[in-house]
Ligand binder design. Structure first.
Ligand code: 5GP
Ligand code: MG
Length: 180
């Protein structure tokens, strides 16, 4: 698996120190708000587990699962595979995502959560690829871990054909790994 990696883009150490900083910000911003921390499965799982432990205020965990039809391209055809289970009416919701790429998934998630009448919604994404943003997407993430160039990345929850999610860092695959 590690042999398929061309280069490490973000190391374990960089991930952990940036997540600690984000945790301090979120802890400050959500003091006394008892937020619902909503993870969008499955890419967020590794980031979520590290992030939630840096949020030092009372909060609730929840998840939803979206799917779109994609390999390396997301198409924007979204369905809710599993909806959230917490009633977020009047609650402060913080959406955690692995990556903000074209923006279609987060835009869809944002509108889905909005329809449940929360008190507020903010977005925290580990990675942001602004160069890939689809025209018409006006959503701006409130917390960004790392802004990255237009490269397809794997690891730390992110997959290629459901593999590589368990790599502890964010990396770029060798071209031949796509042929497997
Ligand atoms: P969107 O294009 O809607 O912003 O992103 C949709 C989904 O595509 C992300 O949640 C993620 O699962 C996947 N995605 C986008 N860019 C990448 C990438 O560079 N690597 C991987 N592994 N998945 C990506
Ligand atoms: Mg994915």
């Amino acid at each position: 698996m590690e042999n398929d990696i061309l280069k490490i883009l973000i190391s374990e150490e960089e991930l952990h120190s940036r997540i600690a900083q984000l945790g301090e910000e979120i802890t400050r911003d959500y003091a006394g708000k008892d937020p619902v921390i909503l993870g969008v499965l499955k890419g967020v799982v590794v980031f979520y587990a590290d992030m939630i432990r840096q949020i030092r205020v009372p909060c609730q965990m929840d998840f939803m699962c979206l799917s779109s039809y994609h390999g390396t391209q997301s198409t924007g055809n979204m369905v809710v595979r599993q909806d959230m289970s917490v009633d977020v009416t009047g609650r402060h919701v913080l959406i955690l995502e692995d990556i903000f790429d074209t923006g279609s998934s987060l835009d869809y998630t944002y509108r889905h959560v909005c329809s449940k009448n929360p008190a507020s919604i903010r977005i925290c994404t580990l990675l942001d690829k602004p160069e890939r943003r689809k025209p018409g997407i006006t959503l701006v993430p409130d917390y960004v871990g790392f802004t990255i160039p237009n490269e397809f990345v794997v690891g730390y929850g992110l997959d290629f054909n459901e593999h590589y999610r368990n790599l502890p860092y964010v990396g770029v695959l060798k071209p031949e790994a796509y042929q497997k």
